[in-house]
Every structure is written in C-alpha cells, then in structure tokens.
Design a protein. Sequence first.
Length: 233
Amino acid sequence: MNTILQQIVQCMTKGRTMKSNRALALAVAVTCLLPATGSATVYLNNLDQPNDYDAQVTLSQWVASRFTTDNSAPAFQLGSLTLGSIYANTPGGNFVVSIYSCVGTAGNELPGSLIGNLSGSSSPNTQSDYIYTATDIILQTNKSYWLVTRVTSGSADYRVGYTYSTANSAPGGWVYPSIQTYAWSSDQGSTWPTSGGMWPYRYEVEATAIPEPGSAFILGMTFLSAIGARRLT
C-alpha cells in the first residue's frame, strides 16, 4: 500500500493529466475497500469434545446449530467449516451445509433466511469429519448465525454428531451459546422449534478478519474530491 501512496504523491507533483489522476485515486479507493486477504484463523473449535449424540438429518428434518461472533474485527469472511462425525444411515446424497441468519429476541433465537451454501461432500457416507468451504459469506461482528444441515431431495438419512458441552478450544470471543443452541425443522425451514438447550454440533469454524478501510482509502477519496473541485474552478 505504501507504493500506491507514493504514486498519489507523485501525481500531485509531476503534473499528470487530470484524467489519469482521477483514475489512480479511484483505483486506490476501490482497492482499499476489498476484503482482507490475510491468513485465516480458527475462531470456533469443539471437535475435541465427546460425541454425545447423533442428530438425524433428512428431507423432512433439517437440523441447525447456532454460534456467535465477537468484536475483534469489524467483520469476518467465512473460510471453511469442519463438521464432525457425519455418516450416512441411509446413503442418497443431496446433503447440504448452509449458513442462515438469526432472528428473534434474546432467549428465543431462531434460524432466519439463507445467507449462503458451503461447498463440500453431498454424500458424506463414511463416518468422518468433513470440510465445507465458503465463498463470499461475510459475518458481522457480535452477531449470531445458524449452521444448518439439510437434505434437499430424496430419501437419504444422515447423522451428524453433537455434544452437550459449549467449550471452545479456539482463542478469542466467538462462542457456542449456552441456550438456544439447537434447532430443527420438520417442514423444510418454514418453522423452527428449538430445544432451548446447549447442544451444539461438533464443528470448527475458520474465518479471516476484515479490517477497517485504511488511510490510503481516505487519502485516495480526498484526492479524488480535490480533483473534482479543480474542475469546477
């Protein structure tokens, strides 16, 4: 980014054309608005907890597990999710892992609308941990979301392990909530009864923090405004 700042200064001092000045300043502004490309961090991990029970996931029974982000960054770009102890009781494919928004009041949180589907095995037949990756899913700070598992068609019957513990071995402030952690739907997401208890799935979440726009963005926009003002004089 320092190189871009130097180019802006050179634009001001070397008498480039007004058109090239505007183009460079706009490029700086847009570049600085793009999400961070830093290394991903594990924010949630309870795969070291015991597998206390298996949730049944079918076309007529979707199951969801809630988690909450912290305020360590302005936003987070979801990278991947490792879901523990999945296996097929009846193979058939069409197993989907999704992220849903969270609606409702405190103590009565429910899955809301679909934010995005993750990519991964649609036929996790052999019992194992499976990795699902996200594309362009942005999570806001201090906000709850629902990990939803579902079968979209057919007669497949999958089982996903969950635990009675809300322990998180990853550093930071993301949490598996102690209440309203588990929900299910028998009508393909139209309604979501909840257990009210603390039964999270066993899973790990990896994400990348998105920082505030940098000083280069502010400088670029200021320079762009100055060029516009010159045209009016």
